[in-house]
Design a protein around this ligand. Sequence first.
Ligand SMILES: [Fe+2]
Ligand SMILES: [Fe+2]
Length: 141
Amino acid sequence: MKRPTLEWSDKFLIGIEELDYEHHCLVDDINKLHRELAGRKGADKDIELIKDTLGEIHARMQAHFALEEHVMEADAYPHYWEHKAEHEKLLDDYTEFMTKFERDPNMDDQEAMEDTLRLWIVDHIIASDKKMSRMIKDANK
Ligand SMILES: [Fe+2]
Ligand SMILES: [Fe+2]
């Protein structure tokens, strides 16, 4: 089954400019990974390209979570620990995918892992990040 790319839309906006910008970059990266996974023919250069993209997403996720946690701490967000735990789980799941891919680039559960990444975008940004932004804004009114 061929999945469509993930369309960026205003529904992802949480209203904190620098975080919105990073979310948009992450969506772009996930789409890049999706295209590379779908288009690969098994050649070494295809695999290397995917490994590079996986590494870029990992670095971007880590930096993004750190910035977001900094924003939450600075505003004494009451659900900080809960939110941070979600980030850690996402990063763990993702790291497991990266490791599996490095061991076996032909593994057959890529679709499941792509779904995990997409679920993160859809669920975590729309639910948890939006809630955080709303509560921080309300507290600063
Ligand atoms: Fe986020
Ligand atoms: Fe978050």
